[in-house]
Design a protein around this ligand. Structure first.
Ligand code: ADP
Ligand code: TYD
Length: 204
């Protein structure tokens, strides 16, 4: 079966991390070779850039360039070699996060993001993206119960409203790539939906 590139997206606290590890295990149980990775990060250099992005104050342009610098290294060293070797790659966040956070959340021009996207990974796009959608106040409550906020998570609800809208605009542009998941559902119900989608992806 051809290697696939699959991404998980959503505002912080919507439920990605709760499901991504489980999802990868389900693929492995079907005998598929799967690499689980994340952005920003997923290679040694990109993990160092992640630390800066999450904790150092910086301008929007610097943030945007660092996100794509990390992505370039991650693609060169981790994602492309794995896909070339026939592995499925499941990535916790990818370029939709940039459109949603730097574009929607912080107001970076979407054309500029598109230029960087085309330079950094033009032909490579995920075949499937799961978007966990949840109201920002509920997501904030969920994450404050379990972890301290980083530079993005410390933003206010209006920021996360814009990020959420940025994601929904992405879905409108590529409805076939996305599966929109209502994050209010129970974990068991979300797993059922993901399981059904795995069956359909594997039959293509
Ligand atoms: P993300 O990775 O999207 O930032 P997490 O998966 O870390 O979010 O989830 C944030 C918190 O919400 C965790 O404590 C998790 O247990 C809880 N959570 C995740 N999904 C659900 C759900 N469907 N219902 C209730 N709580 C959930
Ligand atoms: P994440 O790994 O989901 O955080 P956590 O480990 O706390 O669950 O993501 C880290 C943060 O990086 C998240 O707040 C969104 C942000 N981000 C961007 O702003 N732009 C991007 O392109 C990416 C990939 C992430």
């Amino acid at each position: 079966m051809n290697a696939r590139f699959i991404t998980f997206e959503g505002i912080d606290g919507a439920g990605k991390s709760t499901h991504v590890g489980w999802y990868v295990e389900r693929l492995r149980q079907r005998g598929l070779p799967v690499l689980l990775t994340r952005e920003p990060g997923g290679s040694a250099l990109a993990e160092s850039l992640r630390e800066l992005l999450l904790h150092q104050p910086m301008s929007l342009d610097t943030e945007l360039l660092l996100v794509f610098a990390a992505r370039r290294d991650h693609l060169e060293r981790t994602v492309r070699p794995a896909l070339a070797a026939g592995q499925w790659v499941v990535c916790d966040r990818f370029t939709d996060s940039t459109y949603a956070y730097q574009g929607g959340g912080r107001g970076a021009p979407l054309e500029r993001i598109a230029q960087l996207e085309s330079w950094v990974h033009g032909d490579l796009q995920p075949q499937r993206t799961y978007l966990f959608d949840l109201a920002p106040d509920e997501a904030a409550q969920r994450r404050s119960a379990v972890r301290a906020a980083d530079r993005f998570e410390a933003e206010d609800l209006a920021f996360f409203e814009r990020v959420r809208r940025g994601y929904l605009d992405r879905v409108a542009q590529a409805p076939r790539r996305f599966m929109l998941i209502d994050g209010k559902q129970s974990i068991a119900d979300i797993r059922k939906l993901l399981e059904e989608d795995i069956v359909s992806i594997c039959s293509i």
